[in-house]
Design a protein around this ligand. Structure first.
Ligand code: AHG
Ligand code: MN
Ligand code: MN
Length: 322
């Protein structure tokens, strides 16, 4: 067996990111190891089920949403280069009393509906530059995704994996039995073509016309306008659905729908769409809200939602072309 490089070794060899970004990544990666253990212990620790309260987005929180949020929050507050943080599970930003360095946004546990049924969940994070010389405010978090200095996710599945982008490229690490992140996939590349789509089909009747047309074309298969058969997958954990696309291509969509017409979609820009879009683009894929590249959107609110279409480049182009 060849010896695999571990995360500290990978970060040390990475030339273009500064040491402080690497320190932040190291802290998040370690928190994800701890989170993987809490998630894996499930009912043994009495951590499954609802917490009996809602988050700022009016979503029922699971016990594990709160536990994992606190784990990341404590780890980041103790991390010297972090000046502020924002999370799906926190109404407002939190500052650390420090200035300069970085801001971190995160979804501590993505795929809440899957926790109690033992299907893959994950953690998503984004690292942004913090303003120098003063404590950050909420406005400082509202940076377009292109300004991210790093992004990543951990997926707690049959294997626990960490997928990272720093200054360029995307690397994936697998958690070993003794708790080390080992580099198992270098330079991930999303193939430009695919015949696999991921969308929650139960919302079909609520979609806008262009999305319906696109999916109709896929469903008609070989005999339809696309001239080939498509396969469908929907895990209902964005992390797991995007991870599949990172590994073998595909297209993922959570479009606007008419159930809540005032909301632009379900997924959140700052800690779901932006980090995932950076990872997908760095691997050669594309990510759009239907018109604009997700990474070019100017955020206006901390918990802003956005329609998301991402994955294999030629397929994303098909959707955009309408
Ligand atoms: P979260 O559990 O962090 O709130 O995110 C869940 C998101 C995303 O992971 C997934 O793609 C989507 O919700 C699934 O939504 P549906 O249950 O509507 O399919
Ligand atoms: Mn999520
Ligand atoms: Mn979540």
């Amino acid at each position: 067996m060849t010896t695999l490089i571990d995360l500290p070794g990978y970060l040390a060899a990475e030339q273009t990111s500064d040491t402080e970004v690497k320190a932040v990544i190291g802290v998040i990666a370690e928190a994800c190891v701890q989170i993987s253990r809490v998630v894996a212990s499930g009912a043994i620790l009495g951590n499954l089920g609802a917490a009996g309260q809602k988050n700022v987005q009016d979503e029922e929180q699971k016990k594990l949403d709160i536990i994992t949020n606190d784990m990341l929050r404590e780890a980041l507050k103790a991390c010297q280069p972090v000046a502020g943080l924002a999370s799906e599970e926190l109404d407002e930003i939190e500052t650390t009393g420090r200035s300069g360095g970085f801001l971190v946004t995160f979804d501590p546990l993505d795929g809440s509906s899957n926790i109690d049924v033992n299907v893959s969940v994950g953690t998503i994070f984004s690292v942004l530059p913090a303003p120098a010389g003063r404590e950050p405010t909420e406005a400082d978090f509202l940076l377009p995704g292109r300004r991210q200095v790093a992004a990543g996710y951990a997926v707690y599945g049959p294997q626990t994996m960490l997928v990272l982008t720093l200054s360029k490229g995307v690397a994936a690490f697998t958690l070993s039995a003794d708790g080390a992140w080992l580099l198992t996939h270098e330079a991930l590349a999303v193939p430009a073509d695919t015949s696999e789509f991921a969308i929650n089909m139960s919302n079909q009747r609520h979609w806008a016309e262009p999305v319906r047309r696109y999916i109709d074309g896929c469903l008609k298969g070989k005999d339809g306008p696309r001239g080939k058969n498509f396969n469908m997958r929907w895990v209902a954990s964005m992390v797991a659905d995007v991870h599949r696309i990172m590994m073998r291509g595909g297209i993922f969509m959570y479009p606007w729908d008419a159930r809540e017409p005032d909301k632009p979609g379900k997924l959140r820009l700052l800690y779901e769409a932006n980090p995932m879009s950076l990872i997908v683009e760095r691997a050669g894929g594309k990510a759009t809200d239907g018109q604009t590249a997700i990474l070019d959107l100017q955020p206006t609110k901390l918990h802003q939602r956005v329609p998301v279409v991402l994955g294999s480049a030629n397929e994303v182009d098909q959707v955009v072309a309408g």
